[in-house]
Every structure is written in C-alpha cells, then in structure tokens.
Design a protein around this ligand. Structure first.
Ligand code: SF4
Ligand code: SF4
Ligand code: SF4
Length: 246
C-alpha cells in the first residue's frame, strides 16, 4: 500500500473557506454541520498584538486509525491503494464510537438525530482514480495544500504533524503534514500606545473607551481563543466555525 498524505501550510491559509465549499459541492453535502473539510479559526492575544490562527482539516487518514478499531459494526476500513480511511455506509448504524475516539473531529453527521449515519472525507478517492487531486487541494487560491505519497510529502516538507493546539499525533499518526505560520512581523513600525490611545478616544467621534485597558478587553469580541476540533453536536460545530446553515 502507498500511503497518501496531505500537507497544509498555515502561513498561506487566510480562511476563505473555498476548500470547504468545494468539498461540499463535489460531494453533494447539504448546508449544515456535515463539513468534511472544516476550517477552524481561533485568536491569540489582544489588540494590537492579535494573531488569528487557521487550520483547514478534513481527515488524517491515519496510519493508526483508532476510528476504525472503535466501530462496533466494522463500517470503517483502510483501502489499499491510497491508504484512505473510508466508511461503508451500508454497515454504519450511527453508533458514533468513531466520533468519540477520533481526536480530530473528522467523523461528521448531517444531524444530531440518533442513528444518523456517519460521513467523512474520502480523500476524494473518486478523483484520485481519475488522476486528479482532491478538490480541496485544487480549490485553494493560496495553494495552502499539497497532496501526494506520504514519503514524497515528508521529503518535501518534513514530518511535523501537529500545529499548536492540535491533538498529539503520537497515537493516531495522521497523514497530515503541517507547516506552522511564521511569527508575526511588524512590517511598518508604529507606536502601539499611540494606536491604543487613538482607538480609545476616536478624536471627534467622542470617547469610546474609558481607559486603554478597556480597548484591549472588549467583552465578547473574541469567540475562540483555542482550537477545538471535537464538537458535542452539530450546533456546537456550526457555532465554532462559520455557519453555512442559513
Ligand atoms: S482523523 Fe479521525 S476519522 Fe480520520 S482516520 Fe484518523 S482517527 Fe479516523
Ligand atoms: S479530500 Fe475531498 S472529501 Fe476530503 S476534505 Fe478534501 S475535498 Fe473533501
Ligand atoms: S481554500 Fe485555502 S486559503 Fe481558503 S480556507 Fe481553504 S486552505 Fe485556507
């Protein structure tokens, strides 16, 4: 078996969701929480030292797929040609044990109703068979993804499988190689205290904040301060990502 793998360059991704939309479109998924390719966004710091972190993730098609072992109905299998972890829909009874053990939240459900069958990223195996790349890889306008045999991807990009806040890859060994974004650079030097004071007073528009400290601590301004890949319900997933439900 040749194991295929994804590469994701966090410094290139700007969270446009084109990969996620292309995945839904190609696989005819309905609006809602069945997002095989999920784009997670979380923020660290506060103005003016704020950094947005983004991760676009479908499935790691892991070398040790714990989802497969956990399924009581043997509905999951690792196919031989590309190492894709796939689900046999006819065997799935919606037991959700795969979702319990997968640290990456890759198994998805169209609804929270008991018995709803699990669906997930297929590695676009239908496209691979036609000699094409997965649609998420082709759709990215920033070329944040690459895809190919694991050893070639590793030779090109290294073997890092965990971005800050991602689950420890030791147990599952996801075939998802990552490049962390570079540290934030100040391209045009500016006075941060002056910028904060400008935000506080807003000149002729009147005082917006009492103190500079208030500018950096706006209640409810930051939704996610850490990456959360596992979600208790479809609603939880939609709240944590950009909702395509409306
Ligand atoms: S990421 Fe989760 S669903 Fe995908 S192969 Fe690994 S354990 Fe299974
Ligand atoms: S490989 Fe295909 S099925 Fe998997 S996330 Fe990308 S577009 Fe979706
Ligand atoms: S299409 Fe590319 S840039 Fe846009 S969210 Fe997906 S990986 Fe990021």
């Amino acid at each position: 078996m040749t194991q295929y793998a994804f590469y994701f360059d966090q410094s290139r991704c700007y969270g446009c969701q084109a990969c996620s939309v292309a995945c839904k479109d190609w696989n005819e998924l309905q609006p809602g929480p069945e997002k095989w390719l999920t784009v997670y966004e979380w923020e660290k710091g506060s103005f003016p030292d704020l950094r947005i972190h983004i991760l676009a993730f479908g499935c790691g098609h892991c070398e040790n797929p714990v989802c497969l072992k956990a399924c009581p109905n043997n509905a999951l299998f690792k196919e031989e040609k590309y190492g894709a972890v796939l689900v046999d829909e006819s065997k799935c009874k919606g037991a959700r044990q795969c979702a319990v053990v997968c640290p990456y939240g890759a198994p998805k459900f169209a609804s929270d109703a008991p018995g709803t069958k699990m669906t997930k990223c297929t590695m676009c195996i239908d496209r691979l068979e036609d000699g094409k790349l997965p649609i998420c890889v082709s759709a990215c306008p920033l070329r944040a993804f690459d895809f190919g045999p694991l050893e070639k991807i590793e030779a090109k990009y290294g073997n890092l499988r965990q971005l800050e806040d991602m689950p420890n890859p030791k147990g599952t060994k996801p075939c998802f190689i990552v490049q962390e974004h570079s540290s934030k650079k100040e391209l045009i030097p500016y006075n941060k205290t002056q910028a904060l004071e400008l935000m506080r007073s807003r000149g002729d528009l009147g005082t917006l904040f009492e103190s500079i400290e208030d500018v950096t601590k706006v209640e409810g301004a930051v939704r996610n301060t850490r990456l959360k890949m596992k979600h208790a319900s479809g609603r939880d997933l939609l709240d944590a990502t950009r909702s395509d439900n409306g």
